[in-house]
Design a protein around this ligand. Structure first.
Ligand SMILES: [Zn+2]
Length: 255
């Protein structure tokens, strides 16, 4: 088990800035302490660990042949989502045929497949477990869903350290809250591989009891996520609240 350091905030690096914000009692009467950083206002759930992330992955993302219709429907919806977000916020141009798409925390890889189908020249998919995505690709191949896609343009890695190609469009969809040290992660692994004018789309769950689980290390609000983005040299372009799901999407740009 990895010992977590609660003395230093993973978002603003402040020392000894956490104090107890709330005690959450679970249905099994377990107690979760939520800490508040008085420097950046991020909320920290101290129950997680990287071991838990891996276990969660296997339960959440395991895929079988019978899932094809669901996978296809989801990818079709994600293509519409990319088409909504990227042309609207990209200051480069709306053509994507010479652009690289980075899917950080790709999970089953459905967003990556959608980006390939959408026409991005290169798609890079990264997660701690890439077997699931490979299974998904095999299911899609078997059902002739990705015959029009050139899979040699897809690069799958199990670590951000392996990514060297510069990227133009980055999605971190429900990923930031799973990372123990978001500031170090962005500064060390994401910022160095951004092209000028790259656009980042980040979606996170808001702080709600239903989202307090062991794999969610952090809960952000506008001030804390702004602090994080700006500490990385990113300029925030927009915030979008999803009131139905209680998610927050942050769109930022690298200059
Ligand atoms: Zn902080």
């Amino acid at each position: 088990m990895i010992k977590l350091n609660y003395k230093k905030c993973g978002v603003c690096n402040a020392h000894n800035a956490y104090f107890l914000f709330e005690e959450i009692i679970g249905e099994d009467e377990s107690l979760t302490n939520i800490l508040l950083c008085k420097n950046c206002s991020v909320l920290r759930n101290i129950q997680g660990s990287d071991d838990v992330q891996k276990g969660f992955f296997e339960i959440y993302f395991s895929t079988t042949d019978g899932d094809f219709e669901y996978l296809k429907k989801t990818i079709d919806e994600l293509i519409i989502m990319i088409d909504y977000f990227y042309p609207k916020y990209s200051t480069l141009s709306t053509t994507v045929n010479n652009k690289t798409f980075l899917d950080v925390g790709c999970g089953q890889g459905l967003l990556s497949i959608a980006a390939l189908k959408y026409g991005f020249d290169k798609v890079i998919s990264v997660d701690i477990n890439t077997e699931t995505m490979k299974d998904v690709i095999n299911i899609l191949k078997a059902n002739d869903y990705i015959e029009s896609v050139n899979l040699s343009n897809l690069h799958i890695y199990d670590s951000m350290q392996s990514v060297t190609k510069k990227c133009d469009c980055v999605f971190m969809w429900h990923v930031l809250e799973h990372i123990e040290n978001p500031l170090d992660f962005l500064l060390n692994y994401v910022i160095p591989i951004l092209n000028k004018e790259a656009v980042l789309f980040i979606q996170i769950p808001l702080y709600r009891k239903k989202y307090v689980e062991r794999v969610h290390h952090y809960f952000f609000n506008k001030p804390s996520v702004s602090f994080l983005m700006e500490s990385c040299g990113l300029i925030i372009i927009d915030f979008i609240y999803d009131h139905t799901n209680e998610f927050l999407t942050i769109i930022s740009k690298y200059e």
